[in-house]
Design a protein around this ligand. Structure first.
Ligand SMILES: Nc1ncnc2c1ncn2[C@@H]1O[C@H](COP(=O)(O)OP(=O)(O)OP(=O)(O)O)[C@@H](O)[C@H]1O
Length: 254
């Protein structure tokens, strides 16, 4: 579904992603792990158009998307969530979804503001999609709740709904279970499985090893920007390079 060839990103003298080649497989739960600073978020930023690669290519369903902007990538069907879920805390959950949808699929804020005033029909469709997405993530009952009043786990679900409302084919989830308790983590893992059952392809970054090992079909391991291993959870767990990378960092629990 997504083919990555020799992807490299340099920030000055620092190579955050170094000649990584991999693929994200359709209909699967793909995961990216690696110690802090390994280049995971940069990798997502490259795919979603936030950063332009220094070298390499990204091909989505046969189309070269290497230099596309974020809104262009979103319109082609790649959605993402962020480590921190930024919401308009004084607006309702539903309004957050409606505005979020516009921000993800339009090129600028002006377009968002004037677009929403002009195109009523589009707004209606957008509202409907937002409601469907909220229902999918199990938060239909919170539609009118002020976003500032919901829990961290509910914010994570809203982040999923924001991504789903753009009707993506591929979802990039950056630490979907960051900052939530173990029981809530199980609930979020269940929701990720549900996404895949409904034909979404998922790629997630996560530090919670138990979750990744039980959830992922395929894992890519990055360390200092380089791919050091790739395979099933069992293959990755048994790989000496992975064990070394984790023992040399704060995360010795792979
Ligand atoms: N916009 C940027 N400008 C300069 N350097 C950056 C930028 N973004 C990331 N980096 C650097 O690139 C490297 C990889 O960072 P990145 O955030 O991608 O790692 P990560 O694996 O997501 O880490 P974490 O698990 O801590 O979130 C780090 O050395 C970081 O300082």
């Amino acid at each position: 579904m997504l083919e990555i060839e020799h992807l490299t990103k340099r920030f000055g003298g620092n190579t955050a992603v170094n000649s990584v080649s991999t693929s994200i497989e359709k209909g699967k739960i793909n995961a990216i792990i690696g110690p802090n600073g390994a280049g995971k978020t940069t990798f997502f930023n490259l795919i979603s158009g936030v950063h332009k690669p220094s070298e390499g290519t990204i091909t989505f369903e046969g189309r070269d998307i290497t230099t596309l902007r974020t809104d262009e990538v979103a319109r082609l069907g790649i959605a993402r969530t962020f480590q921190a879920t930024t919401l308009f805390d004084k607006a309702s959950v539903l309004d957050n979804l409606i505005v979020g949808h516009r921000l993800r699929t339009r090129s600028g804020l002006i377009d968002v503001i004037f677009g929403s005033a002009r195109l009523k029909e589009e707004e209606r469709v957008c509202r409907e999609k937002a409601r469907e997405a909220l229902d999918f993530v199990g938060l239909a009952h919170l539609e009118n709740r002020v976003a500032g009043d919901i829990t961290q786990e509910e914010r994570k679900r809203v982040a999923f709904a924001l991504a789903l409302a753009t009707a993506p084919k591929l979802l990039l989830l950056d630490e979907p279970a960051g900052g939530v308790n173990p029981e809530e983590t199980l609930g979020l893992a269940e929701l990720i499985r549900k996404m895949v059952k409904h034909d979404f392809t998922v790629c997630l970054i996560e530090h919670k090893m138990d979750m990744i090992m039980s959830l992922a079909d395929k894992i890519l391991v990055l360390s200092y920007g380089e791919k050091i291993a790739e395979g099933t959870p069992a293959e990755v767990r048994a790989n000496p390079a992975v064990i070394d990378a984790y023992l040399g960092s704060d995360h010795a629990d792979v």
